[in-house]
Ligand binder design. Structure first.
Ligand code: AKG
Ligand code: FE2
Length: 290
């Protein structure tokens, strides 16, 4: 793909950030240990300038793109919305996602290097969390391929991985959820694992971690986490991958506490089914007359 230089990108942006460098370790290096396969946590996937650029583009997006849900969290979709029956109604990605600094392509390329099935993302979901806002435990569901990547901007957050309790389990109380096939399923009372997700990181959820687990973010204003046998707050499982020695040491030696700021996430995913054969067919970089 030719590199289009954006006038409004800070001139200090390095075209070869970590995610596109050939000396960058491959995906397996970033696998989160001790949880079902597979999650990967990549620190500093983008630079601070790129983070600033993306935040500005998201902020500049037309007001009607934003939708407000639940506790007031704002979100927007790029690439198109899903129809009621789980089919993507495709729209072209904007330039700032596919042109320089090539965010979509860099993530796809990074995942393709290590995976038999290279993703070709067709939807980007953007969530904006004010301190205190979160998202309840949920599955993204079978409408998407089980390889989803989330880029974080602005602030840290703690993402919880949940699992379903056996329906024959006698131990109440647990939170019930309704799956697509209307069979009530019960979520285990405590999360299976906590991941500390820092700004500029890329978090990848795949295979059984995607297909048979849930993820959520508790709406908190402050987090206290640790990575030792004992400590205050939640025990996080990706301490060895954070790439920040001071935080890693604090986590192992006691605990790390931080107030949340505004955190914006971009979730890159691939809808299994898209509407095809209309007046327009989708290709990267714009609509083409079919
Ligand atoms: O913000 C995140 O990291 C997760 C968002 C998410 O799970 C969703 O919108 O489905
Ligand atoms: Fe999700």
């Amino acid at each position: 793909m030719p590199i289009a230089i954006h006038d409004d990108l800070p001139s200090t942006v390095e075209p070869e950030a970590q995610g596109s460098s050939s000396s960058f370790p491959d995906l397996e290096h970033f696998r989160v240990q001790g949880i079902p396969p597979a999650a990967y946590y990549v620190p500093e996937f983008i630079t601070e300038d790129e983070e600033e650029f993306l935040l500005r583009k998201i902020e500049e997006s037309p007001q009607p793109k934003w939708k407000t849900v639940g506790t007031g969290r704002r979100l927007q979709y790029w690439g198109g919305n899903m129809s009621k029956n789980g089919v993507l109604l495709p729209e072209p990605f904007p330039d700032w996602l596919i042109g320089f600094p090539n965010i979509v392509e860099r993530i796809e390329h990074f995942l393709a290097d290590s995976s038999a099935t290279a993703p070709s993302f067709n939807q980007v979901l953007i969530n904006e969390y004010q301190p205190g806002q979160g998202i309840s435990p949920h599955e993204d569901g079978p409408a998407f391929k089980p390889l989803v990547a989330t880029l974080s901007l602005g602030s840290h957050i703690v993402l919880d991985i949940h699992h379903y309790a056996s329906t024959v389990s006698p131990s109440p109380p647990m939170t019930a959820t309704i799956s697509d096939d209307a069979t009530p399923r019960v979520i285990a009372a405590s999360p299976l694992a906590h991941l500390l997700v820092m700004p500029r990181s890329l978090l990848v959820l795949s295979s059984s971690l995607y297909t048979s687990h849930l993820h959520g973010i508790r709406g908190k204003e402050k987090d206290e986490v640790h990575a030792g046998e004992e400590g205050k707050g939640d025990r996080i499982v990706n301490a060895e991958l954070l790439g920040q020695a001071e935080i890693g040491d604090a986590l192992r030696e006691g605990s790390w506490t931080a107030e949340r700021g505004v955190r914006t996430s971009l979730t890159f995913r691939t809808a299994e089914k898209t509407v095809k054969g209309g007046a327009f067919s989708l290709h990267r970089g714009g609509m083409k007359k079919a």
